[in-house]
Design a protein around this ligand. Structure first.
Ligand code: 2AM
Length: 180
């Protein structure tokens, strides 16, 4: 299949329906509603594990084989803090405590992907769930009521540019183990 212009792939953690509703409620509430910026649509909220970009079909197959071979345990993240990056002007939700199994999952993906001819990710992994784009830092709360999130799987997602934004489509899903 020819590569389609405007499509990008990435591995991600995707909120289930319950968490997505809780996130939508939170983002509708005072501090966030009054902060300037463009809200990420509730169905688009996610945490990227590894961005792949516009890779070839052969590289995608390779990346899917890497993901399928991973034996990682399930884990929980508590979203409890609000961050802001001035460069890309995004506001995000994150955690004060990155679970070790999440770090291991990202590291395993990274080492496997080296066999797929992808350029290595050189930046340290900073898990974040982007909530506002073109945001300004003023007016954002620093912390939120902790939101626990249990992760039982991870996904490969296709990002498709659509008029006025982006649409995400899950390509494949892999379970995380029960331990942890
Ligand atoms: P962001 O939320 O911080 O913008 C789909 O675009 C996902 O991949 C988003 O979560 C985005 O992060 C992330 N992403 C986009 N471009 C990227 C890049 N060049 N490097 C790492 N992550 C990227």
């Amino acid at each position: 299949m020819p590569r389609v212009e405007g499509q990008r792939l990435f591995f991600a953690l995707w909120p289930d329906e319950e968490l997505r509703l809780r996130l939508a409620e939170l983002l509708e509430s005072g501090g966030f509603r009054s902060a300037a910026g463009r809200a990420v649509a509730a169905e688009n909220l996610h945490v990227t594990l590894r961005y792949l970009g516009a890779i070839s079909p052969a590289q995608q197959e390779c990346a899917e084989r890497v993901a399928a071979a991973i034996r990682a345990e399930g884990f929980s993240i508590t979203l409890n803090r609000v961050g802001y990056w001035a460069g890309p002007r995004v506001a995000w939700l994150g955690t004060d405590s990155i679970p070790a199994p999440l770090q291991r999952l990202v590291a395993e993906l990274e080492s496997g992907l080296q066999g797929c001819g992808l350029p290595p990710e050189t930046r340290p992994y900073r898990p974040h769930l982007t909530i506002l784009r073109r945001a300004r830092p003023g007016g954002l709360p620093r912390h939120i009521e902790p939101l626990p999130w249990r992760l039982e799987d991870f996904v490969l997602v296709r990002s498709i540019a659509v008029p006025g934004g982006v649409s995400y489509e899950t390509v494949s899903r892999w379970p995380l183990g029960q331990a942890g």
